[in-house]
Each structure stands twice: as structure tokens, then as C-alpha cells.
Ligand binder design. Structure first.
Ligand SMILES: Cc1cc2nc3c(=O)[nH]c(=O)nc-3n(C[C@H](O)[C@H](O)[C@H](O)COP(=O)(O)O)c2cc1C
Length: 369
């Protein structure tokens, strides 16, 4: 599976894997793909440094990248405490009541909320970049819009390609105009923040909108035949996020959550604002139902919602409160039915890709080619 982009990055297969887990990122790169570590969960620069050191030591010299979440709308110069102060009391009550209804225990005295995510605040994302550019990352991806011009320039100075996720051709054109090198066209099916256009429609639209920029197809890809379809749609590679969640290298810290993912069907996710304030695809749970209920208070905008629910999500995860327990994941969860190593997922993908291409070649009357 080689394209101009995979050749440029020096990877064997044009398979890009987003993951919050360093062990998964390193395994993807070692398997011949391109691992991209998600940085949004790192609040302390030293933690990111520790994990990038770990990747460096375990990646066998193979290339890898980093993903930050800098929203297009800036929250600059505003402290976390300022943002906390904007959260209405009624919303805090709703969180308390929902947790009480399900008997969710408190965290231990002084225990910090592990889920607390602040990486989408500009100053946090910038502190992550200060760390990242000390490492030989080959690609910097941004999730929520084009990164600011100075960040793009800084990446290019370090010989780092800049990628940005796009849920529409309009977003993709904005990225091109901002000097982005690679557009990740992420369809509605995807886990995490998504737009409303399905990959089958989105990918060729984006390919045509930003031609000749390389486009990676994301959303709903978990098999070789899906990867082959994405390349047929004009993508220069595939970008997968969900499938790695049930690999043996993933560190979900929750056997109950792994069981839920393995049991879920492709119809068991929902696009909800419950986690972050922006629509993100995740497992449908009684937690998402409560927030999506028109009788409820409704969600707050990013970054307020994320701060509001941080402690609650940590409690739900720590105590594995089944009806409320969830995670961002895409519709491809329906075929994540067993725990496998990253290498096994990878081999399945590349072999399935070859079979799918052979099949299409036969249909086109080109057997043996
Ligand atoms: C658990 C999880 C967390 C994610 N977090 C981020 C993120 O922080 N930044 C980002 O650019 N994309 C994030 N994504 C989206 C992925 O980068 C990727 O585009 C998406 O998973 C592709 O669709 P798929 O889930 O169908 O494979 C996340 C996806 C998942 C499943």
C-alpha cells in the first residue's frame, strides 16, 4: 500500500493510526504504518516528554507523528479557573443528580480527575508543541481547524508536515489556504469529533477540492476492503482511530469498557456533545442519553462541557459504572470483536487490501496484474 505520501514519509504502508496510547503508536510504526500519538490528554509537558521518550526508545527508528487539538476559535489568555467560573450551577446539579441516580461513588479524597482534558486550550496545546519539536516527529496533525500560521511555519522550519482534519470540502479548502500539507477527510462514521457527511461522499469531494494536496481517508475504516475503497476514492492513505482501542497494546484501564466495545454493534454509537461540547461520536450510554434528552439542561460549549464532566467521567471510568461507561469510538466498533495485537490488525488490513485489489482487478478484466 504505497502512495506518494507514504514514500515521502518513509513508511511501508499508507496506514496512519491515531491513538492516545504510546505503545499503540509505536507498534503501528513498527508494523510499517505511521503511528500518531494524540496529545490532548497531556496536561503536563513532562508527561508528554516521558511518553515521547518511550516512543523514541520503542519505535525502532520508524517515523511517527503527534496530534494536538487547537480549536479554530481561540480560548487564549483565559485560565482554567476563568472557564470553570462560567459553568452554570444548574449544570453542576444535573451532573450530581445523574451520578447519584446511578450510585456512582466519589473519587478518593484529593484524587484528581484522570479524564480532565485541557489540551484544547490554546496555551496547553502550545506547551505540548514546545515539547514535540524537540523530537523527530514527521507529522503534526490538528483536530479542530487549521493550526495558527505561526505553528504551521514552526512545523515547516522543523521539516514536519502539517495535517488537519476536515469534515467538509469547505473546511478542507480552508486548510489548503492556511498552508496545510495533508488533509484528513474524516467522515460522519468516525469516532471522536465528526461532521455530518459520510466518508463515501466526503473523501472524493475533499480530494477534488484540494487537489493536488494529499488526502487521507478517515472514518469507518477497519478492514482492507475499506482501505482499498478509500484509495479508489482518491485518498493517498487511510487514517484509523477506533480499531486500535481493542488492541492488546491499548491501555483503556477498564476491562468493562473493553467488553462493551467488543460487544457493541455498528449501531451502538451516537454523535453527542456530552463529552466535550462539540458533536463527537462515542458509545451510546445512559450518560449520552441524559445529555441528549430534550428535558435535560443541554450541553455547554467547548471547553466548558469537558471541564464540567471531567470528574464525573473519571468516576464512571474508575468504578466501571456499566450503564454510563463509554468512550469515543466510531461505527466500525461493530467489527471490533476480539482483542488482537496491533500487528495482527495491521496484517489483516494489508492482506485484506491485497485481496480487495485483486478482486477489483479481476472484475476489470486485469487478472494476474
Ligand atoms: C478514542 C478516540 C479519541 C480521539 N481523539 C482525537 C483527538 O484527540 N484528535 C484527533 O485529531 N482525532 C481524534 N480522534 C479521531 C481520530 O483521529 C480518527 O480521525 C478517527 O478515529 C477515524 O475514524 P474511525 O474512528 O472510524 O477509525 C479520536 C478517535 C477516537 C476513537
Amino acid at each position: 500500500m504505497q502512495t506518494e505520501l507514504s514514500t515521502q514519509l518513509g513508511v511501508e504502508h499508507a496506514v496512519f493510526g491515531f491513538t492516545p496510547f504510546p505503545a499503540v503508536a509505536a507498534a503501528i510504526s513498527r508494523a510499517g504504518g505511521f503511528g500518531v500519538l494524540g496529545a490532548v490528554r497531556y496536561t503536563a509537558p513532562d508527561d508528554l516528554k516521558r511518553d515521547l521518550d518511550w516512543i523514541e526508545a520503542h519505535v525502532d527508528g520508524k517515523p511517527y507523528g503527534l496530534d494536538v487539538v487547537m480549536p479554530a476559535k481561540k480560548v487564549e489568555g483565559v485560565s482554567e479557573a476563568d472557564v470553570e467560573a462560567m459553568i452554570p450551577e444548574g449544570h453542576r446539579d444535573f451532573v450530581r443528580d445523574t451520578l447519584a441516580k446511578h450510585g456512582v461513588p466519589e473519587l478518593a479524597e484529593g484524587e484528581a480527575a484522570g479524564w480532565r482534558i485541557t489540551g484544547w486550550m490554546e496555551q496547553v496545546a502550545r506547551s505540548q508543541l514546545d515539547v514535540a519539536f524537540d523530537y523527530p516527529i514527521r507529522l503534526l496533525a490538528n483536530a479542530l481547524g487549521s493550526p495558527p500560521a505561526d505553528v504551521v511555519a514552526r512545523a515547516h522550519d522543523h521539516d514536519v508536515l502539517v495535517a488537519a482534519l476536515a469534515g467538509s470540502a469547505r473546511h478542507a479548502r480552508k486548510h489548503r489556504d492556511a498552508g496545510i500539507d495533508v488533509v484528513v477527510a474524516q467522515g460522519y462514521e468516525a469516532g471522536g469529533h465528526t461532521g455530518e457527511i459520510a466518508s463515501m461522499v466526503l473523501v472524493p469531494e475533499v480530494v477534488e477540492a484540494v487537489d493536488p494536496l494529499p488526502v487521507l481517508a478517515a472514518g469507518g475504516i477497519g478492514s482492507g476492503r475499506q482501505a482499498a475503497a478509500a484509495l479508489a476514492l482518491g485518498a493517498q492513505g487511510v487514517w484509523l482511530g477506533s480499531v486500535w482501542l481493542t488492541t492488546s497494546e491499548a491501555d483503556l484501564h477498564s476491562p468493562a469498557l473493553t467488553r462493551k466495545l467488543l460487544a457493541a454493534g455498528s449501531g451502538d454509537t451516537v454523535r453527542s456533545r456530552a463529552l466535550t461540547g462539540k458533536p463527537a461520536r462515542q458509545l451510546r450510554t445512559e450518560w449520552t442519553d441524559a445529555w441528549d434528552d430534550p428535558e435535560g439542561p443541554g450541553t455547554l460549549p467547548m471547553p466548558l462541557q469537558g471541564l464540567l464532566v471531567a470528574e464525573a467521567v473519571s468516576r464512571i471510568q474508575k468504578y466501571e459504572v456499566d450503564p454510563l461507561l463509554g468512550t469515543p469510538v466510531g461505527q466500525i466498533v461493530g467489527r471490533m470483536n476480539e482483542v488482537r495485537s496491533v500487528q495482527a490488525v495491521f496484517d489483516d488490513l494489508t492482506r485484506g487490501f491485497e485481496r480487495a485489489v485483486d478482486r477489483v482487478n479481476r472484475i476489470a478484466g486485469r487478472s494476474g496484474q
